[in-house]
Design a protein around this ligand. Structure first.
Ligand code: ATP
Ligand code: MG
Length: 457
C-alpha cells in the first residue's frame, strides 16, 4: 500500500496517539480523509476506534465529553473548544472472531466499519504510519470525480433513503457526478425520501443549494430531487416561450441557482436567496396557459409561487426568517422594477433596502438564466439602473417615518391632540416628502402639519 501522509491537527493526532498507547486501534475516517486528499480544508475530523465508549470515557476523563451519542458508540471529546467525535467500530451483524490475533481483528473491524459508510469517497481511513486505508476504491473515485455507493446502491438506499440526498449534496459540493448505477438506484428509490424526516431533508437540501455546484446538480438530477420536493416534477419539461427563454422551467431554475452571485450576502441573506432561486418559478406549471399567438404564458406565477413555496418550506420545517424572506422575494420576483425617485422611495419605504438588494440579486440570476435576447438585456439594464438609484436613495433619501425631521412628540407639542391622527399625519408628511412636494425640514413639516390639520377640521 502506498504510504501517504495527511496533516492532522495536533488535537486529532493526540487523540489517535492516546488511543493507540492504550492498545486500541484508531483512525481518522470519512470527510476529513476525503477533504485532505482533495487538498481542501476538512470541516471536521471524525475518528473510529476499537475502543468501547466506556474505555474512551476513562481514557479522556480529564477532558470535556459529549455523551449524547454514547448509545450509538460515539463519544465527543472537546479539545481547545472543538468537538471531536470518536466512534467505536460499528459491526453490522454478529461478526467478532476471537480466534484471530488482535491486529487482524482490528483490521477486520475497520473493514466492517468502512463497509457501512455511504460512499466510497467517504469510506477511507487514515492513521499516521499506516497511511490511507482505501478498501472500496475511494481514491480512484475521488480522482475521477465520482460519487459511488459502497456496495450495492439499491440496498444502501433501501437501508437509508437520506443517502439519496447526501449523494446529490456531495456531488454539488465537490462538483462530482453520480456513478451510473448509483444514479439509477437513487432514481428508483426517490419516493422513499418521503419517509425521511423533514428536518433531515431540509438540512441536506440547504447544504446542496448553498454550494457553487448546485445549479449543475439540479439540472442533472431533477428527477431524483423530485422525490424530496414533488412540486419539482412538473417543472421538468415545462416549456417556455423563446422570446425570453432557452430552457424549460426546471433547467431555467437550475441555471438561476447556478447564476446567483452571493458575494456580500450574510449567511441568512445567502440562504434566503438560494431557496428563493430554487423555488421562484415553482408555480409556473400550475399557471401555464397558451395564448392565441401559441406562446406560453404564466400569469400569476409570482403570487402563486409564493404560496406554493410557503407550503413546501413549512412542510420542510424551514426556519421562519427563511420562509418569510424567500416567499417575499418570490411574490414579486418578476414584477417590473419601479422607475423614478418617487416610486423608488415608496418601494424603499415598503420593502426596505436589504430586501430590495436581495431582490436585485435574484433578478440578475433569473435574467442570466434566460435566453440572450435584446428584450432580456433591456430588462437586466432596467434592474441595474434601479439598483444603482435605489442604493443612492437608501443612503441619502427620506423614506421612513423615523427619518422625518419631526416626530409624534413634536406634533403634539405643536398642539395636535394625542391619538391615531398623529400617526396619520406623520404618514401624510412622509408621503409629501417622498413625492418631493415638501422638504424634510422641521419648520416646513410643522407648517404643513398645521395646514393639513386646519383643512381637515
Ligand atoms: P461533511 O463535511 O459534510 O461533514 P462528512 O463526510 O464528514 O462531510 P458527515 O455527515 O459528517 O459527513 O458524516 C461523517 C461520515 O459518516 C461520512 O463521511 C460517512 O463515512 C459516514 N456517514 C454519515 N452519514 C451516513 C449515512 N447516512 N450512511 C452511511 N454513512 C454515513
Ligand atoms: Mg462531517
Amino acid at each position: 500500500m502506498r504510504q501517504e501522509s495527511i496533516r492532522l491537527p495536533r488535537d486529532a493526532m493526540w487523540l489517535l496517539q492516546t488511543l493507540h498507547a492504550a492498545g486500541h486501534s484508531a483512525y481518522v475516517v470519512g470527510g476529513g480523509v476525503r477533504d485532505s486528499l482533495l487538498g481542501r480544508q476538512p470541516g471536521d475530523w471524525d475518528i473510529c476506534t476499537s475502543a468501547r465508549p466506556d474505555q474512551m470515557k476513562m481514557l479522556f476523563a480529564d477532558q470535556q465529553l459529549i455523551l449524547t451519542g454514547e448509545r450509538h458508540g460515539t463519544v465527543g471529546v472537546v479539545l481547545h473548544g472543538k468537538p471531536y467525535e470518536i466512534t467505536t467500530y460499528r459491526l453490522d451483524g454478529a461478526y467478532l472472531d476471537h480466534r484471530h490475533p488482535e491486529n487482524v481483528r482490528f483490521v477486520s473491524e475497520l473493514a466492517a466499519d468502512l463497509a457501512r459508510r455511504d460512499f466510497t469517497i467517504n469510506a477511507m481511513a487514515y492513521a499516521p504510519g499506516e497511511g490511507v486505508i482505501d478498501l472500496y476504491g475511494g481514491r480512484k473515485d475521488l480522482n475521477a470525480g465520482i460519487i459511488r455507493c459502497v456496495g450495492e446502491p439499491s440496498a444502501r438506499f433501501a437501508e437509508d433513503a437520506l443517502r439519496i440526498l447526501r449523494a446529490l449534496r456531495f456531488a454539488a459540493r465537490l462538483e462530482f457526478t453520480l456513478d451510473e448505477q448509483t444514479a439509477a438506484a437513487a432514481l428508483s428509490a426517490r419516493d422513499t425520501l418521503q419517509s425521511v424526516s423533514a428536518e433531515r431533508i431540509y438540512a441536506e437540501l440547504d447544504g446542496l443549494l448553498s454550494v457553487p455546484g448546485a445549479g449543475h446538480v439540479l439540472a442533472q438530477y431533477g428527477q431524483i430531487l423530485a422525490g424530496a420536493v414533488p412540486e419539482v416534477g412538473p417543472c421538468i419539461g415545462c416549456t417556455q416561450p423563446g422570446r425570453w427563454h432557452c430552457y424549460d422551467v426546471w433547467n431555467h431554475t437550475a441555471a438561476a441557482v447556478g447564476a446567483l452571485d452571493l458575494r456580500g450576502q450574510d449567511t441568512r441573506g445567502a440562504r434566503i436567496l438560494c431557496w428563493a432561486a430554487f423555488l421562484h418559478d415553482i408555480a409556473k406549471p400550475l399557471c401555464r396557459s397558451v395564448g392565441p399567438d401559441g406562446a406560453a404564458h404564466f400569469k400569476g406565477h409570482n403570487q402563486r409561487g409564493a404560496v406554493v413555496a410557503r407550503t413546501i418550506l413549512r412542510r420542510l420545517k424551514a426556519p421562519g426568517y427563511l420562509i418569510e424572506g424567500a416567499t417575499g422575494l418570490i411574490a414579486i420576483h418578476d414584477a417590473p422594477v419601479p422607475v423614478g425617485d418617487v416610486a423608488i422611495l415608496k418601494c424603499l419605504n415598503r420593502y426596505g433596502a436589504i430586501f430590495l438588494r436581495r431582490l436585485c440579486t435574484l433578478k440578475y440570476a433569473d435574467l442570466d438564466a434566460h435566453a440572450c435576447t435584446p428584450d432580456v438585456a433591456a430588462r437586466r439594464q432596467d434592474v441595474e439602473v434601479f439598483e444603482k438609484r435605489m442604493s443612492e436613495l437608501a443612503r441619502t433619501g427620506c423614506y421612513t417615518m423615523r427619518q422625518l425631521a419631526v416626530n409624534g412628540a413634536d406634533l403634539m407639542e405643536a398642539g395636535m391632540p394625542a391619538g391615531p391622527k398623529v400617526g396619520q399625519m406623520l404618514h401624510a408628511l412622509l408621503t409629501a416628502v417622498m413625492e418631493g412636494r415638501l422638504s424634510n425640514e422641521r419648520n416646513a413639516l410643522l407648517a404643513e402639519a398645521e395646514r393639513l390639520a386646519h383643512r381637515s377640521e
